[in-house]
Design a protein around this ligand. Sequence first.
Ligand code: AMP
Ligand code: MN
Ligand code: MN
Length: 342
Amino acid sequence: MSDALTQAREQVLARIREDSGFVLATHENPDGDALGSLVGMHGLLTALGKDSAIFIAPEDLPLPDEYSLFGLDGLIQAPPADVTERTVVFLDCGNIDRNSASVLRDAVHLLNIDHHHDNTNFGTLNYVVPSACCTAEIVWDLMKELGVRPSASVARALYVGLITDTGRFMYENTTARAHLMAAELIECGVDVPEVYRRLYENLQPAKLALLARALERIQRFDSGELTLSSLRVDDFRDAEAEETYSEGIIDHLRAVRGTKVAALVRELGDGERKGQHKVSLRATDDAVDVSAIARIQGGGGHRRAAGFTTSLELDELTGFLRGAIASQLHPSSEGQTAATLA
Ligand code: AMP
Ligand code: MN
Ligand code: MN
């Protein structure tokens, strides 16, 4: 760990030890790591006798079915009246624009604890550890340092963060430390098969119907380097699927032989971005940095998993993706560079 990171870790530990009131927040459409690190941090603070609340905006609730295993003790759906007196802790959120509650930005102490390498360092104190496989790993480390043993339910929450962000120990961020963390959490009482059943089985039939549509719509470009599928609002309606049911579909695209980049494009059905496209990107190896592609469109993420939302039409968007991928994979090819600029 660099000196700067060690210092940031010490400062975070000092805030946790010294401050008494906290409010915890994460990114919109919270995923397993977002929720796992919220619940883990809340468990840590509560064990230390602190006053902690978890803020999740009403538009992100109820959570998708698979996350019903999280007991959200301390949940609030609006920032508390005394927010300015509390230390605000953002977890797993690379960019503050990914949270709608602007009042949280004015906190005197705004802790930004995350593992996205392109984190915009929006906190008054930024503790960003790109080598951590998930934000839950950072919370787990803080917990150990502060001498708090997670309860079985907190251990399970951290375990969910771990397995969702590593793709069940499949992605390149699956370090030895990730497995050590798993072992320790299991010793704290995680029921492994139960967690997997609740997260990945018990599927709503509509989820399979939506997957079927996405598989029918697969397109491959540039000798298969890009594998793309798209889902329209009609697909969600016909499959009787909710927006969150598309979670996981991209892993099927990523698995197709020859694929360098997988893209899933979803048309948004409601809210202020209605009609726009939410794009998920995955890279299969280090040849392409999809977070760089996402940043061009105002999004971000990790080298191998990133996303953005755009008002580009599907054809234009496909052209953009093909060009951006080609400019990374084949930088000397003139034709491909022209496509990037188009
Ligand atoms: P997803 O494809 O939605 O599962 O997201 C994959 C990764 O990209 C996650 O690490 C997200 O935090 C990140 N990501 C997705 N959408 C955005 C966005 N609009 N802005 C910044 N990061 C994003
Ligand atoms: Mn996340
Ligand atoms: Mn994460």
